[in-house]
Design a protein around this ligand. Sequence first.
Ligand code: CTP
Length: 474
Amino acid sequence: MNLKHRLDEHEVFLRVARVSERLGLETYVVGGYVRDLILGRPSKDIDFTCVGSGIELAQQVASTYEEHVPLSVFKNFGTAMLKLQDWELEFVGARKESYRLESRKPIVEDGTLLEDLERRDFTINAMAISLNPSNYGELIDPFDGLGDMKRKLIKTPLEPGITFSDDPLRMLRAVRFAAQLNFDIEADTFFALSENASRLQIISGERIIDELNKVILTSKPSYGFKLLFASRLLHEFFPELVELQGVDSVDDKSHKDNFYHTLQVLDNVCQFSADLWLRWAAILHDIAKPATKRFNPKVGWTFHGHEDKGARMTPGIFRRLKLPMDDRMKYVQKLVKLHLRPIALVKDEVTDSALRRLLFDAGDDIDDLMKLCRADITSKNNKKVQKYLDNFDKVEKKLLEVEEKDQVRNFQPPISGEEIMETFGISPSKIIGDIKEEIKEAILEGRIQNNPEEARNLMMKIALEKGLSPQSKS
Ligand code: CTP
């Protein structure tokens, strides 16, 4: 296969080819760029491998531009990077050992192109395009990566045990590429995942979560999670999710399999949102079901309080998985905690105060919460699903009405602590918080309107009951 016409799309390939020829090097485009070019996925990262010094090649290429192009050299790793607007060009000498850009081990041994390609992770990532005069544009594909692309297979170029022991993270990369490209994992490669799963333990949490998040950001992440589960990779770093799998039965009463339910909710949420954190909320929404599961002979299986316990588990899971411990964690925690609340509002006789309380608790995340709740309806009975969704439409309408009237979605206390202190001539103390809390409660309960006048009147009444009297103004 000759891909010359595709290389003509960017001037840089011919430029690198000319410099390489001048230096007497053999140079190739390799790895992900070649894969993506053939698959028609746009990519702005180009890896060049030459038999010789990648650093010298990069320096010479940089010097052919009239304008300044930023060049970073990593001597220890024998690599150099050029930035051309939003393109990133990486230059490296072909090497005999495992090809890992992020490896901390310095590169010691130079190798041939074939030696370089065979130490890469998958056949679809072990193809090269020649930039040499004799066969410019020709695809070099010693492991039939093209065939695996047609067969839609993720397969290692060498015996999978060798490829995975070079870098165990590649086991997660196998699942990630399968999920992103909607490919299968070839049987021997898949078998080696289960065989070597425990070797993930030596991989840093940061590298693991990077791959997992890429799986979560695919259009149907349930597929990637099923591969992670079946290969037992998931068991190595996310046991809480594994725990959700399984169905218990007592007296013919069974509960649903919460692992597959969670995956379905995740897929559903992905239809409405590309946001990673809403997707994480879907993953964790039922995470405490195993811990709260009880059997009651009268009502069957219950999971009372799983939303609160799940919210309490969220920071620990985030910390261990090296997810951010900031507002994003708080957001996920909030959605996990509130995920049952909208369902409780489906009843016709729901009060305005219940609606106001949900708006107050969810704040600006109310719309995402409703998306999660809609995604949480996973009955096989379409009529039932439709009935629930219609009910949610009604809840959303009521929420809108209440919000328009009372504006509690981003509740700001209508009376400030300073005003209370000034009015009664008191210094900071617990009583101020108590007064503010009572005013907030009265607004949420609908006893007073959400405005400063009514709040001020109530403040006077509460203060009087507490034995405070207003300071006379001199
Ligand atoms: N590679 C490898 N083993 C790894 C990481 C990378 O063999 N653990 C090789 C593969 O040939 C890969 C290339 O290095 O194609 C570039 O790696 P990277 O930039 O991480 O991946 P891409 O394949 O470009 O894909 P993506 O950008 O989606 O991560």
